[in-house]
Ligand binder design. Structure first.
Ligand code: COA
Length: 169
């Protein structure tokens, strides 16, 4: 069977993707997003890391996930996932799930131990994330403890991280 819908491919983010990613995020997120605590951490980090990924439908960028290397109480080996955005008209087709799975694989292959994010357990629980025990890891600003989630890339990794998150310089 043939289809007119171009196949979707994924790859690591490249510098020339950044304008399309910013435009995609503006369509996918509400305007209040820049006030969120996770953005304070990303502000101090480079625009992208080798673990960031995009999905393309033909030439069109339709989904992106940013992965920011962080330290927790000075300890490296962790990544902050987000923003994760999918073109609104293409939601529900598994593109976000695929990008997150690939970003976790890339982090593991790169020797990282833990991925942290602020998001919905109802969504990210299906992608391998669990709530961080309250008080274990702090962000530089208010965060609903129920939304601070982590995925171990190495068994027992969460136990090794305690304290304040900062961008990894
Ligand atoms: C959330 C988002 C990334 C999901 O992308 P996607 O490509 O549609 O996700 P997938 O196709 O992999 O998964 C879709 C499934 O997740 C569910 N889902 C989406 N958002 C959810 C949420 N907040 N809570 C629970 N389930 C959610 C969908 O209902 C769907 O369920 P189904 O598989 O049972 O039909 C996308 O909708 C988006 O960009 N939203 C706006 C930006 C945003 O909120 N990003 C997340 C920041 S933490």
């Amino acid at each position: 069977m043939t289809s007119d819908v171009p196949a979707v491919s994924t790859r690591p983010t490249m510098p020339e993707d950044l304008p399309a990613i910013v435009a995609l995020q503006a369509r996918a997120f509400s305007p209040g997003r820049f006030a969120r605590t996770a953005y304070r951490i990303r502000e101090g980090a480079p625009d992208f890391s080798p673990y960031c990924r995009v999905a393309l439908m033909g030439d069109r960028l339709i989904a992106a996930v940013r992965m920011t290397p962080i330290t927790i109480a000075g300890r490296p080996g962790a990544l902050l996932l987000g923003p994760l955005a999918v073109e609104p008209e293409l939601a529900g087709r598994g593109y976000a799930r695929r990008l997150v799975a690939e970003a976790l694989d890339a982090g593991r292959a790169g020797g990282e131990s833990l991925v942290l994010l602020v998001g919905d357990m109802a969504y990210y629980g299906r992608l391998g994330f669990t709530p961080v025990p309250p008080g274990r890891i702090m962000l530089p600003g208010p965060v609903d403890p129920a939304r601070l989630l982590a995925a171990e890339l190495e068994t027992g990794a969460l136990e090794k991280f305690r304290g304040m998150v900062a961008a990894h310089s």
